[in-house]
Write a protein that binds this ligand. Sequence first.
Ligand code: URA
Length: 244
Amino acid sequence: MRLPRARLFVLGRRSLPSDDFQGTAHTLRSLHQIAENPGTMLDSLTPEQRAKQLHVIADTAASCTSCGLSERRTNVVFGAGNPDADLMVIGEGPGKDEDEQGLPFVGRSGQLLTSLLEEAGWYRRDIYISNVVKCRPPGNRDPQQEEIDACKGYLADQIKLIDPAVVMTLGNFSSRLLLKRATGITKLRGHVYPWWGRHVVPTFHPAAALRGGAKVADLIREDIALARQVVVDARPGEQLGLFE
Ligand code: URA
């Protein structure tokens, strides 16, 4: 069971960098309409309202043509999971399976990710998973900067609405986008980074574990355990069953 949001004062009010990581104009408008006071808008949304807003933004994204990736996609892969999640996982961009099914991380690396998370007690229904870019880069090439820039408003909206205690970034693209560092994932991982009232825990992309074998998978396991500890620390009473 999650604590009601009003009791999460220990985490403080969580925001997002306002300079270049803003939500879409559409979301900002509709969020302002929901809350009387825009300054407290996220705190005042119920889980149902947040889920509804995610659907509204996903509908907008479904017809997005802001970058060239839209020309060759089968589906926009907006994101999936629990809109009330403590953990949000951010990958790079959809691959072939994801493009076909419209769901994130359903291919081989997704299956590995799912099983590593389950080992730590996190099931897909409990967490929310998305990507830096929502449309498949052709041939699974790296997303380009203009594609990332065109798409990042959707990610900002997702983080604002879901408001997770921990964001786990998979690989270089999502880690660098959030942490604004040029440092590679090998050096970034293994640490917890305070981030706008939340925490970011970067780790390797599961595709790196498919290529690099058991050692890389073990490092991802370590990072997932770190993320788990941050969530436990943020909700000590819950772990003791005090709010059941
Ligand atoms: N790789 C990603 O980064 N995201 C997916 O959704 C699938 C594979």
